[in-house]
Design a protein. Structure first.
Lengths: 216, 128, 543
């Protein structure tokens, strides 16, 4: 066919790209744009939280006292560790160390699972006390807007939790491809992009944690 | 080209960033036991932003990435700021609070709404 | 000269080779295609279907408004009809219309690329669109929404119609829109032909680029808004409910943070098409290339700063209202720059009045009216009087329908020979255009008068004194429908019996005209090289 189309195309290079660098740059641009959309998605929740907190400061303070600071701290550390193992996993792919990549990805998955388990205990405690969103709230309260706080708490941590699950699926996917030996120093964009996504999950938690658990 | 594209950070670097994040987490927990009044939120956000910057620059390799990817992140922040900023211009300059069962039960001293944290505590005191 | 050589070799090389339409056969080859051209065609079919559906509802709404009181349907059905008309037209037709159908088809061709950056994501975005559309259609069957396309709380969180399925549908459609935008940004950054610098890129690509930026940056906020609305209904969270301590005006901030920029998602691609058509049919290089290109980006950015002008009467603070009003006037500047440059392009050109150019000219005329009345509405004092009247309805129909839809049909006629390899009947095209143009102005010019006399929008009933104007408008809508029906008929007829299209029927100088009509599967045989600007006709056009 074309003189230019398929000359020396490595297996991982899609036909419409001329060279690997072009493909890699394009997919990273795509990933960063996707992360931008994620940030803007969460920004709506943060804004709602900020406005409602300003309207109902006392209620938010009361609601916040129901949250378990210790578990929040532990989960923060768990996510930071998972970010580290993810970053080291990307490095392993960059340096073509297959076994190391697999180990780090598995470690990341374990940390992610730990996060979810802790979150599960937190949630079941809240559910047990009736600290539920909106009209399902049956717990004790002094301020009338406390259900609003728990509505936002569950929406924010819930959406974040969904992202953790999505991240775990993505990590599982690159782990599978890593085991099959798809990645090496010349081609590891999927690992890198999944890494970026996972760091974003961590980034969002970095803001969620102080706002929900630590303030005021 | 390839050299330039694939910047590989030493493992030590990653560990240092991780240590920094752990320390900053400790800091943010520690400062939460002090009351800076209105600055509480600001302090929490600033510490979180330093942590976020560490993650972005090193874990996400933004320090070694193309200009455009950095522009994407920065413009995201700008758009978030616009969204929040303009909304708060409205929220903070409304003459009347939205009618709600709370303001009906206990008429808030309206000006207090606009005096930040202190004002709100006053408002809370009136309510109780 | 080099470009000419390129052109010839690209056309000749594929004699005897199959086009993208016939290269692979069978339903599967379409459903699983990764070819941007085929995906563009599938989008085109889908958005046209949505347009017919939305148009049908518009005709029913206008028919109901022929007389005061009940004409054909009851008040609740009427509310559902105008809501569905709005929601379908906005989310299923206008937003994906130009970028996802025509843009998908021509953007890689204009750039000299083999495909978009992420072909699989492109196909996924199409199926997400279909999936979202199914939710929307389901909501029609399961007790259609009656909130208006804006879904304002607290009505939307209390009405008993199927708000959840509609909002979920729109939420899903948002993903489709985001993926298209994201794909195009990466494509424009990384897949331009060698030699095609940013300042040699066809203006269509600039317009699509600006559009994509908005799609990526604004759509997520719509997503979270709708998700919050769903939660509001499902859990009674209360963020937007004053009964529970929430703030309904906050919902409007959330909604318009997306939906005002979304207006530019709709109009910028229209402007992008006009920037292609006008120089080609004026036989003259575009005037003020840089001004047109950068004004697209300026519109995209300023578009994010003005959303509060939808909320002047909502209880938004006076300070915010004043700021938003002032910023609104800013948007007029880049839009005005474009209009002046298009007119200057035509000045002393050899204007050829073929169908695409007629649509482009009607765009100029109608968009100018729509844009200027937008400035009126941006002025606070005027808006207090005209808010939620038919004046607003007329204004945004002049922009959306007179602007975007006219540009879309202009682009459709412009690229139809390239997409299908067939020429449509020029005579019928002109007749259909004339009927559409007259019908459009009958329908909507009257509504400016209605609105300024105080006829509120979305009302089922009205005072007898408004009837003559309402009836006139309704009759206009029949002409409009007739024009579109005729258009669909002759376009479909051209597929069967149209004359075979040349590679370059209009004498354009951009890359898509250097390959055969319809293009081969992989677009270009040689990687084209941009050695000259996209509007330098002197080399090629010697008519």
């Amino acid at each position: 066919m074309s003189e230019l189309a398929h000359k020396g195309h490595p297996e991982y290079l899609q036909h419409h790209f001329a060279e690997a660098a072009q493909q890699e740059d394009a997919s990273k641009i795509g990933m960063w744009l996707f992360l931008a959309t994620e940030v803007l998605l969460f920004s709506g929740l943060f804004l709602a939280f900020a406005v409602m907190r300003q309207y109902h400061y006392e209620a938010f303070r009361e609601g916040h006292h129901h949250l378990n600071k210790t578990l929040g701290v532990v989960n923060t550390l768990v996510l930071i560790c998972s970010s580290l193992t993810m970053a080291l996993g990307v490095r392993a792919a960059q340096t073509s160390r297959k076994q190391q990549l697999i180990n780090y990805l598995v470690a990341t998955l374990l940390f992610a699972a730990t996060f979810l388990v802790i979150k599960y205990f937190e949630y079941s405690h809240k559910i047990h006390e009736g600290l539920l969103p909106g009209r399902y709230f049956t717990g004790e309260m002094h301020e009338p807007a406390v259900p609003l706080f728990f509505g936002l708490y569950f929406l924010m941590t819930g959406l974040h939790g969904l992202h953790v699950v999505a991240g775990m699926i993505a990590i599982g996917w690159v782990l599978w491809r890593g085991i099959k030996g798809h990645f090496h120093s010349e081609y590891y964009t999927p690992v890198e992009n999944v890494g970026l996504y996972w760091h974003l999950v961590d980034l969002i938690w970095i803001y969620l944690f102080p706002l929900l658990y630590l303030l005021p | 080209m390839s050299e330039h594209r694939h910047h590989i950070m030493p493992v030590k670097g990653y560990l240092a960033v991780w240590a920094g994040l752990v320390v900053l987490t400790a800091v943010t927990v520690w400062v939460s036991y002090f009351n800076f009044g209105m600055l509480n939120v600001a302090v929490a956000i600033i510490v979180a932003t330093i942590k976020a910057a560490l993650v972005c620059l090193y874990f996400m390799h933004l320090k070694y990435d193309t200009l455009f990817n950095r522009v994407i992140l920065l413009s995201t922040i700008v758009f978030v700021a616009l969204f929040m900023g303009f909304t708060f211009i409205d929220i903070n300059s409304r003459v009347k609070v939205e009618p709600s069962q709370f303001s009906d039960n206990s008429p808030l001293p309206l000006p207090a709404k606009f005096r930040g944290e202190e004002g709100k505590k006053e408002a809370g005191a009136v309510k109780n | 000269m080099a470009a000419k050589v390129d052109a010839i070799s690209n056309v000749e090389m594929q004699v005897g080779e199959e086009s993208y339409l016939t290269a692979k056969k069978g339903l599967k080859s379409w459903l699983f295609t990764l070819d941007h051209k085929r995906i563009g065609i599938m989008y085109l079919g889908s958005v046209m279907f949505a347009f017919l559906l939305g148009g049908l509802m518009a005709l029913l709404v206008r028919l109901e408004l022929l007389t005061p009181g009940k004409t054909i349907v009851g008040p609740k059905t009427y509310n559902q009809l105008f809501t569905l008309h709005g929601a379908i037209m906005v989310f299923l037709f206008i937003i994906p219309s130009i970028p996802a159908s025509l843009g998908n088809f021509v953007l890689p061709l204009l750039l000299g690329a083999k495909d978009v950056a992420f072909p699989r994501l492109n196909l996924a975005s199409y199926y997400i669109y279909v999936f979202g559309a199914i939710f929307c259609v389901y909501s029609i069957i399961a007790g259609a929404v009656d909130t208006g396309w804006t879904f304002y709380t607290p009505y939307s969180s209390t009405t008993d119609t199927s708000v959840i399925s509609m909002t979920l549908g729109v939420f899903i459609l948002g993903f489709s829109s985001i993926f298209t935008g994201l794909n195009f940004i990466a494509t424009i950054h990384k897949l331009r032909a060698p030699g095609m610098t940013w300042s040699k890129m066809p203006l269509f690509c600039w317009g699509i680029y600006a559009t994509s930026v908005i799609q990526v940056m604004a759509t997520p906020v719509l997503g979270i808004t709708l998700l919050l609305l769903v939660m509001e209904r499902a859990l009674g969270v209360g963020i937007f409910d004053p009964q529970l301590g929430g703030d309904p005006v906050l919902f409007q901030h959330f909604f318009w943070f997306y939906s005002h920029p979304a207006v530019y998602i709709m109009i910028l691609p229209g402007m992008a098409i006009i920037s292609e058509i006008i120089p080609v049919f004026s036989r003259k290089t575009i005037f003020g290339y840089r001004a047109i290109a950068l004004s697209s980006v300026a519109i995209a950015i300023i578009g994010f700063l003005v959303w509060g002008h939808h909320m002047f009467t909502s209880g938004q603070s006076e300070l915010a209202t004043m700021i938003f009003s002032m910023l609104t006037f800013l948007v007029a500047i880049p839009s005005g720059i474009k209009v002046f440059n298009w007119v200057a392009t035509m000045y002393k050109g050899r204007i050829v009045l073929r169908a695409p150019m007629l649509y482009a000219l009607s765009f100029l005329f109608l968009f100018t009216i729509g844009g200027l009345t937008g400035i009126f509405l941006g002025a606070i004092a005027v808006d207090i009087h005209l808010h939620d009247t038919y004046f607003v309805v007329a204004h945004f129909h002049y922009v959306m329908m007179g602007g975007t839809a006219m540009a879309f049909f202009g682009g459709l006629h412009y690229w139809w020979p390239k997409m299908t390899g067939k020429m449509y009947s020029e005579k019928l095209a002109k007749i259909a255009w004339a009927i559409t143009f007259i019908g459009f102005n009958m329908t909507f010019l009257t509504q400016f008068a209605l609105g300024s006399q105080g006829m509120p929008r979305r009302y089922y009933n009205y005072l007898d004194q408004f009837q003559p104007l309402h009836a006139f408008s309704s009759v206009g809508s029949w002409f409009l429908g007739l024009g579109f029906l005729l258009m669909v008929l002759y376009l479909l007829a051209s597929l069967r019996s149209g004359e075979k299209a040349q590679a370059n029927p209009w004498g354009g100088a951009t890359f898509e005209w250097t390959i055969s009509s319809p293009p081969p599967e992989h677009n270009f045989h040689h990687q084209p090289v941009a050695k000259r600007g996209p509007y330098e006709y002197s080399v090629e056009v010697g008519r």
